[in-house]
Design a protein around this ligand. Sequence first.
Ligand SMILES: [Zn+2]
Length: 308
Amino acid sequence: MHGGGTWVFPNCVWAPTEKRGGGSWPFWSKILQVREGDTIIHLRGVSPDANFVGYSVAVGDGFITRYRPPVTGTWDHAKHFYRANLSDYTPFHEPINLTDVFSTRKAELEGYFDRNRSKGASKANIFYVRQAGRLQCLNGAYLSEIDNELLAALFKSEGVIAENGLRKSSLVQTGSHIATIQSRVGQRKFSEEVKKAYGYKCCFPGCTVADPRFLIGSHIARWSDNEKLRGHLGNGLCLCLFHDKAFEIGLFTLDNECRVYLNPKNVESGSEIVRELVLHGGQQITRGEIAPLEEALLEHSMRVGVER
Ligand SMILES: [Zn+2]
């Protein structure tokens, strides 16, 4: 009931912006780094009863607010709060006990900690520490980043989940939850890298959209259709919401020279949207750092039923 009202788990993550008596704590301000679509994995309870209980999705970016949780408890001193809204909470079939994870994954987690404790000059915010030969949760590590390397160190392989004492019946479901999280984290990273490779601009000829909130780093060949091209930047395009939708539903595709090739089935439709696209038929997209792969372009044109 941390927070009460709409502030309870799993509606959001929140924290005060300052400690009692002043000063900040980096694990709280991490909430500002939450971006819409991020996956949040929830660890609840106090050791030895701390468990990974499930995951949810951020429905907006993290923000600072003067609105207060109805139940501020220990944090009544705070004038402002960090908050990020969540939805689609999915519980793991069985909670995964942190103490078990620490003992069965000790070597992997120690390795991750040693490799990542500092990022350049700054300290990385990892939720656990190595202390006197043991791994333990860092007190107050309310929100920290997780990447695929840490995800693998914590949960990789069904065998490990079995070692953690889960019943056989829940093994497959829990394994598939982890796979879902891994794929979300992977897709998110891919999307960011694609946008960066295109300088955070829509690559459709003549399009001037350059606001990251209106851009999508999308796949040319769908994530689910082509395992081999997953994560390959040559399978990505940075498009605005409008041109991404037009590409996704096949109003246009690209030829091997990366020129806009209109879907003849739609050209005659007379819609204003299509007429706008037609103006750019045959024009080349703005190139990014990595050229789109011919294989991916071919797969897209086949999927949408256009012979270029
Ligand atoms: Zn655009």
